[in-house]
Design a protein. Structure first.
Length: 380
């Protein structure tokens, strides 16, 4: 339950922005680039902390590191009370991003250290909490803004964060010491690791792009902030369901290629619907994007795990794939904001992302082919 609560607090500071972005820009004067930075900076922080996850674990420890992360999320949210300037919003986004990144980098290590027998179950609860927090925040953003004002509505997310911080500090166990562990360097010279990183990064870019810009896209088409937030909340719920189902049934797919191409096709069709028929196909588009993106995230990590030759190398490879991948993904919201400023439309951003998914299809074929070759060699 504790890791579920932590997960619930790691997306509201991101997901609550999109439904209110038009009002935020009008009140602060932020352009598309600045608005994109509200999502770009936290995602970039996740990447940097993922690359340095082993050092963070050694220097802070899981219990203190997660507590510090929750404290930063609480502070960043609370500082939005009143009417912060555009610069203030960007700074709190960066501060909250560091907090999210710290917790996100260390919670998996805490789970493995304290509850190794239940690690898979708890990781499922944790990732469900992350997506569930995004759904709740996106859905509640507009009603909170109507009741308290947009800035105070954003600041309200400090309340669940501080309550979770108190619970974590007094209830979190200390991981059992298992002695020194070998540290593997990041696989900078591995072409396969770079391909996996790009695959994860471009796939995650679809998530960050939808999270940041789908609600403003629909408000520009005449929807209310509340309805656009509900649509994003529905996508987040579909992502939860798809991620859990894929994780549960992945063992039945001995060949990854068909699954990879199927999930990417679903995402591609959803993006094309978003670009060409956003109003007439709004609900099907939301289902396609939720199912596709929700399945693509765990599938990207599973593909990386498939390429691990020795268990001891897992941490280094996943740290490299996620760290570099999040840095790639962080560029998508910023680029979309700049496109919106210069072309006055977000349709081009969805088409740009669709082109990225087509690239992933080719990359996915190559990764699954190399996996098949490696499997054949292992059997020989």
């Amino acid at each position: 339950m504790l890791v579920l609560l932590v997960g619930l607090n790691l997306r509201p500071i991101l997901a609550s922005i999109g439904p209110l972005l038009d009002g935020i820009q009008a009140a602060t004067g932020l352009g598309g680039g600045g608005a994109g930075a509200l999502t770009t900076l936290p995602i970039a922080a996740m990447g940097l902390c993922a690359l340095g996850g082993a050092r963070l674990q050694a220097s802070l420890g899981e219990r203190r590191g997660v507590a510090l992360g929750l404290a930063l999320v609480t502070l960043a949210s609370a500082l939005r009370w009143g009417a912060p300037s555009g610069t203030g919003l960007i700074l709190t986004a960066a501060l909250g991003g560091v907090g999210i990144a710290l917790a996100q980098a260390l919670v998996p290590a805490y789970i493995r250290g304290c509850h190794p027998q239940r690690a898979n179950t708890l990781m499922g609860l944790y990732t469900t909490g992350i997506m569930g927090g995004a759904a709740v925040a996106a859905t509640a953003a507009a009603p909170l803004a109507e009741r308290f004002g947009w800035a105070n509505g954003l600041a309200m997310w400090a309340l669940p964060a501080v309550l979770t911080l108190v619970g974590w500090w007094f209830m979190a166990q200390r991981p059992v010491a298992t002695g020194p562990t070998s540290s593997h360097p990041l696989p900078l010279r591995s072409p396969v690791a770079w391909r996996l990183m790009i695959f994860f990064g471009v796939g995650t870019a679809a998530y960050t792009l939808v999270l940041a810009w789908l609600p403003p896209y629909y408000t520009s088409l005449g929807w209310s902030a509340a309805d656009s937030g509900l649509l994003l909340g529905g996508i987040s719920l579909a992502e939860v369901c798809a991620g859990l189902l894929l994780s549960a049934f992945i063992g039945r797919f001995k060949k990854r290629r068909l699954l990879v191409m199927g999930v990417l096709t679903v995402v591609l069709v959803g993006l094309l619907c978003l670009a060409f028929a956003p109003l007439t196909l709004a609900i099907p588009t939301a289902i396609l994007l939720g199912v596709g993106i929700g399945g693509l995230f765990p599938l990207s990590l599973i593909l990386a795990m498939d390429h691990v030759e020795h268990a001891a190398e897992t941490g280094a490879l996943l740290g490299f794939v996620q760290g570099g991948g999040y840095l790639i993904a962080s560029l998508a919201p910023l680029t979309a904001g700049l496109l919106r400023d210069h072309l006055n439309s977000l349709a081009n951003a969805w088409l740009m992302m669709a082109a990225g998914i087509v690239v992933l299809m080719g990359l996915g074929l190559r990764l699954t082919r190399s996996l098949s070759v490696e499997t054949q060699h292992a059997r020989a």
